[in-house]
Ligand binder design. Structure first.
Ligand SMILES: Nc1ncnc2c1ncn2[C@@H]1O[C@H](COP(=O)(O)OP(=O)(O)OP(=O)(O)O)[C@@H](O)[C@H]1O
Ligand SMILES: [Mg+2]
Length: 228
C-alpha cells in the first residue's frame, strides 16, 4: 500500500504560560492509501486536535504533515483551502447540516466551490446511493437522525475526496442509526476510500482495520486488527 499521509513530529500546544496545554506531543504517524483507521482515547486526549490537524485547519506547533508529497502547513492559507477542497471530506459530531437548505442542497455545497459540473446530478446520485432517493427536498428537520447522518456522509464524499475524516460520527446518534452509519463507512472503505475517524467509543471502531490509542496527546498503541 502506498503512503498517503505522514505526520512527522507533530505537537500542538494551546495557550501560553501556566495556561499552556500540550494537546499533542510529538506524534509520528503514517496513513496508507485505502486504510480505515480509528483513533481512540478518553476525553481531552487530543483526538479532535489530531483530526483538525489532519484536516489542514489547525496549524501544529511543531512538525510537518506531508500528503502526496505536499507539505500542507507550508502552503499559503489560500493553497491550504484548495488542499482541503481537493483532498478532504469531513463529518463532524454535530453533523452541521445547514438547517435552511434541503438534503440535496446540503450535498451540493462542496460542489459549488469546486470545478465540478452537474451539481444536482452528482449530489442526487450520492444521495440515491445512500438510500435517500425520496428525500432530496426535505429539510434536515424533516429527516431522522440516521437520515441526517447519511446526508452528512453524502456531503463529505460527493467530491470524491482522497481522505474522509470523521470526528465522533456516531456521537449524536442512537445505537441503531450509529451502526447504520458505521456500515456505510465499511462500504466506502471496501470501495477504496481512505477513512480516519476519532472516537472515545469502542463500539464506533467496529469494522476498522487499524486502531490507534491516544493518551495525553501521545500515540500509546497502534495495531492492525483482523478482518472480521
Ligand atoms: N482551541 C483550544 N484552545 C485551548 N485548548 C484547547 C483547544 N482545543 C482543545 N484544547 C485542549 O486540548 C486538549 C485536547 O483536546 P481535544 O479536543 O483534542 O480532545 P478530545 O480527545 O477530542 O476530547 P473529547 O473526547 O472530549 O472530544 C484538551 O485539554 C483541551 O482542553
Ligand atoms: Mg473531540
Amino acid at each position: 500500500m502506498s503512503k498517503l499521509v505522514s505526520l512527522e513530529g507533530i505537537s500542538k500546544h494551546y495557550g501560553v504560560g501556566e495556561n499552556e496545554v500540550i494537546a499533542l506531543d510529538k506524534i509520528d504517524l503514517s496513513i496508507n492509501q485505502g486504510e480505515y483507521v480509528a483513533g481512540m482515547g478518553p476525553s481531552g486526549s487530543g483526538k479532535s486536535t489530531l483530526l483538525t490537524i489532519l484536516g489542514a485547519m489547525n496549524p501544529p506547533t511543531t512538525g510537518k504533515m506531508i500528503v502526496d508529497d505536499i507539505d500542507v502547513y507550508g502552503l499559503s492559507s489560500e493553497h491550504q483551502a484548495d488542499f482541503r477542497r481537493e483532498y478532504l471530506g469531513f463529518i463532524f459530531q454535530q453533523l452541521q447540516l445547514l438547517p435552511y437548505l434541503t438534503a440535496i442542497e446540503n450535498v451540493m455545497l462542496p460542489l459549488v466551490v469546486s470545478d465540478a459540473t452537474d451539481h444536482e446530478g452528482k449530489a442526487g446520485a450520492v444521495l440515491e446511493r445512500l438510500g435517500l432517493a425520496k428525500k432530496f427536498d426535505r429539510l434536515p428537520s424533516e429527516l431522522s437522525g440516521g437520515e441526517q447522518g447519511r446526508v452528512a456522509i453524502a456531503r463529505a464524499v460527493v467530491n470524491e475526496p482522497p481522505i474522509l475524516l470523521a470526528d465522533e460520527p456516531t456521537g449524536s446518534l442512537d445505537t441503531a442509526t450509529g451502526k447504520e452509519i458505521l456500515a456505510l463507512f465499511s462500504e466506502l472503505h471496501n470501495e477504496g476510500q481512505t477513512i480516519v475517524m476519532v472516537t472515545h467509543n469502542a463500539e464506533s471502531t467496529r469494522g476498522v482495520e487499524r486502531l490507534i490509542n491516544i493518551k495525553d496527546g501521545q500515540v500509546v498503541d497502534d495495531k492492525q486488527l483482523k478482518k472480521t
